[in-house]
Design a protein around this ligand. Structure first.
Ligand code: NI
Length: 395
């Protein structure tokens, strides 16, 4: 087994310190693009272990390299940002920042990155080459793009990633070939009608009523015009318009999100949605302005790298604890932005403990910290296995 007894001992020795770091990060969460203290802490730890560190890659991102070999470069990406959510866990190390919380487990991800760095740093530098990407601003789907623009994955030949997963228990993981997450977009619609007296709607063009037709019409069109085996979700999260109880609204704005698994379908959706919305609005005399912003493509896991990671995981947690995920998630993940340019794979790390863990992005989300060790062991083994196949790494 490639994960040596020596590494296991070192990990046992290092874990208490790492768990303290995780608690510190959890108490001091930072929003997307503002991860200054987190990045400084990460950079300091990495330097302690002999990694060559570059700060400010992708604004608040940190990039670290280890090794001197000229072989291919294998890399791990973890994310660092928190969410604008009020923590409600009652934990003694709960967030000290009002309205900000590590509710997506990125504090765990960051510490997994540090643990992997600690273990890999014990290898002889001359025979290996690894890179770690500590990414900011995942929650707003911008950080991967920022880091890429600063050259973070130049020369990287394989990229690995992890995300905590409350639906699985600690000690188990989920792997999947192909689509792991959905393509996501932001949809803005403005319905422009004509105002009038609420008593005489026939003399006006009621944009609130037409907006309701648009909302319903889109859901109906999904079920009648799109293959049910190719799921598409459109959800509106915000609607605004109108001025008074007895005045017909002349303008309504809708803001929503669109998710689908098929990248080709994702390309055609903006035109498809625009046509339906314009037709519905036009049928009642209103005008519709539709704008669509693509947020992230699907995370498309490379089959060979997924198999490599799966085998690495089996050597750590056993075959029965490596679950093949049947379904992709309609959540989005900007790891996908890197996978446009480099093959990679992301797996789901079980974090439910004796008490079932609340869902991601929930004020009571509380992953079991036992998952930290499992994540570090699996990703270290994966990077070592990859390196062994592609470079001259020694056990
Ligand atoms: Ni997340």
């Amino acid at each position: 087994m490639i994960f040596s007894e020596r590494m296991n001992l070192l990990l046992e020795e290092y874990l208490p310190e790492l768990l303290e770091i995780r608690k510190h990060l959890h108490s001091h969460p930072e929003l997307s693009g503002q991860e200054h203290q987190t990045a400084a802490l990460v950079a300091g730890e990495l330097r302690k272990y002999g990694w060559k560190v570059q700060e400010g890659i992708g604004r608040t991102g940190v990039l670290a390299d280890f090794g001197e070999g000229d072989g291919p470069l294998g890399a791990l990406r973890v994310d660092m940002d928190a969410l604008p959510i009020q923590e409600n866990t009652g934990l003694e190390y709960a967030s000290l920042v009002e309205g900000v919380m590590h509710a997506c487990g990125h504090d765990i991800h960051t510490c997994i990155g540090l643990g992997v760095a600690r273990l890999l740093s014990t290898l002889p530098k001359s025979s290996v080459r690894f890179r770690l990407l500590f990414q900011p601003a995942e929650e707003i789907a911008k950080g991967a793009y920022w880091m890429k623009k600063d050259g973070a994955i130049k020369d990287v030949k394989a990229l690995f990633g992890v995300h905590v997963f409350p639906e699985l228990s600690v000690g188990t993981i989920g792997v999947k070939n192909g689509s792991l997450t959905a393509a996501a977009g932001e949809l803005k619609i403005e319905i422009i009608g004509e105002s009038g007296h609420g008593a005489r709607p026939h003399q006006a063009i009621d944009s609130i009523w037409i907006a309701s037709r648009v909302i319903g019409g889109l859901q109906e069109a999904i079920s009648r015009k799109i293959d049910a085996l190719n799921p598409v979700v459109i959800s509106f999260g915000k609607i605004s318009g109108g001025k008074a109880f007895n005045v017909i609204a002349d303008r309504v704005k809708l803001l929503g999100t669109v998710r689908c698994l098929d990248p080709l379908m994702h390309q055609t959706l903006p035109d498809w949605i625009t046509e339906i919305v314009e037709n519905i609005a036009g049928a009642f005399g209103a005008k519709a302005i539709v704008s669509y912003r693509s947020i992230a493509p699907p995370v498309n896991n490379d089959p060979e790298l997924t198999l490599l990671l799966k085998n690495a995981a089996i050597s750590i947690v056993g075959e029965q604890n490596v679950i093949h995920l049947e379904k992709a998630s309609l959540g989005a993940e900007d790891f996908a932005e890197f996978l446009r340019d480099v093959p990679g794979t992301m797996f789901r790390l079980g974090v439910s403990g004796s008490k079932r863990c609340a869902p991601l992005h929930h004020g009571q989300f509380s992953p079991d910290e036992g998952s930290l060790k499992v994540g570090i062991q699996i990703l270290t083994t994966t990077l070592l296995s990859w390196s062994k196949l592609n470079c001259s790494v020694r056990d």
